[in-house]
Design a protein around this ligand. Sequence first.
Ligand SMILES: *Cc1c(COP(=O)(O)O)cnc(C)c1O
Ligand SMILES: [Zn+2]
Length: 458
Amino acid sequence: MCLPLACAIALYARAIVMTKLTAHFRCFRGCAETFPLTRAIYRCPTCDGLLEVSHDLDALRETSGPTWRARFDARWAPHAEDLPLPSGVWSKREWVAPEIPSDAIVSTGEGMTPLYPARRLAAEASFGELYVKQCGTTHTGSFKDLGMTVLVSVVNQAMREGTLRVRAIACASTGDTSAALAAYGAASGLPVVVFLPRGMISVAQLVQPLANGARVLALDTDFDGCMRVVRELASRGLIYLANSMNPLRIEGQKTVAIEISQQLGWEPPDWVVLPSGNLGNAAALYAGFSMAKSLGVIDRLPRLCIAQAANANPMYRAFIAHTDVVEPVVAKPTQASAIRIGAPVSAPRAMAALHAMNGVVEEANENELADASARADKTGLYTCPHTGVALACAMKLRARGVIGPRDRVVVISTASGLKFTEFKLGYHEHKLPDVTSTLANEPVTLPADVETVAHHLA
Ligand SMILES: *Cc1c(COP(=O)(O)O)cnc(C)c1O
Ligand SMILES: [Zn+2]
C-alpha cells in the first residue's frame, strides 16, 4: 500500500537522487546488443557495422536544458572543479563518458578553444558573420586532442580495473592523430605505436610522436594502406585501435559542437563548415549538436558543409552523384595532407549527419585552398591548409548564395598553422605545385645601411 506521505517521500527522493548516468557501445545500424565502453570492440559482431556510444538520454533529461546550460557555463572557469585541469571535454563529462572517475582522466587541458570573430575576412568575403573555431589552439596543435583524452582515459580506467589488457595503443595517421595519441600515451604511461605514410606528413607532425617516445613505423604506402594494416592488427588483438572508427574518439570531439553553441550564447550558428577526410569529425559534430538539441540545450541544428580537398574527394563525388554510397578513390597528393584519405571509415556516419543537418559537400582545389589560407592569414589568422580548404569552400558557397548574406557561419580550424611551415613557406616562395600564390609576400634583402633602408621605405 502506498501511503501519501511515503509517496511524497519517494517522489522527493527521486527528484534529488539522480538516476546513475551510463553509456555503452551500440551498433550504429541499430542491432540490439550493447557492450561496455571498456571492451576492445570496433565493429558490430552481428552486422559488421560501425559502433556508436549510446547514452541514457532519459536519465540525462532529469536535468533540464537550462540547468545543463548553467552548469556548463559555471564550469567554463579557471578553477578545475574535481578535474585534473580545466578541460572543454571533461567539463561536459556527463555527456561524454559519465562513468570515468576523475583520477582515471588523462587530460592536457584540451578544448575551451577560442571562437574567433574573423571580422576583416567576413567583410572582404561578404559574410554576415564569420567565426573561426580555433581547435588547433591546444596541446598537440589539432582537434585530435579532444577525442584522444577520452579514448586514453577509458583505456587507462579499463586497465586499472583489469577488464582490458593492452600491449599497445595504435593508430594509422595523417600526422595529427599520431601526435595526439603519442602525447596522451606518454602522459599516462601507456605504450603507443603509430603507423604513418612515409614522406606524406609535415616535419612537425613526424617529430611530435618521436619526441613523446612512441614507436613510429613509417610504411611505404598512403594513409588508407596504413589503415588496412592497423585494422588487421587490431582484429588479431595485437593492438588497441585508436582511430576514429573507435567511437570513443567521437565522444570527445563532439564537445566542439557544444562549445560553439555555448560561445554563441547557446544559439547555434546557421552553418558549420568542416574540413573532412576520414569523416569521423563530421559524425562528431552531428552527435554534439543533436545531443544538445534532444536535451533542450539548443533549439535547432545548424547546416553542415563537409569540405574536401579536390584531390581526395570521395564524399564530394557521392554528394554530386546523389548517392549515399561513398566509393573509395585513390587520394592524390594535396597540401591538405591530413585529409588525404580515399576510403573514409566513417562515411556512413557522415552521410547520416549530412542528411540530418540539411548539409552540403563542397571541394577546393590546391590553388583555392592555398589562396584562401593566405587570404585569412593576411587578416590576422595563421591557418593550416585544411582550414584553407574549409574557408575556400565557405567562400564558394557564399559566392553562390547557398550561404546567405546574413548567415552566421562557423568555420572549424582543425589544426595550428604552426605545424605546416613547409606549406606556408612554399606558398610565399612560389614553390607549391598547382598554386599561383597571388598573395605571396617575400622578404626583402637589404644592406644594413640606414639611408638604403630609409630610401626603400619611402
Ligand atoms: C584529422 C584531421 C582532419 C579530418 O578529420 P576527419 O575526422 O578525418 O574527417 C582535418 N584536419 C586536420 C588538421 C586533421 O588533423
Ligand atoms: Zn549491427
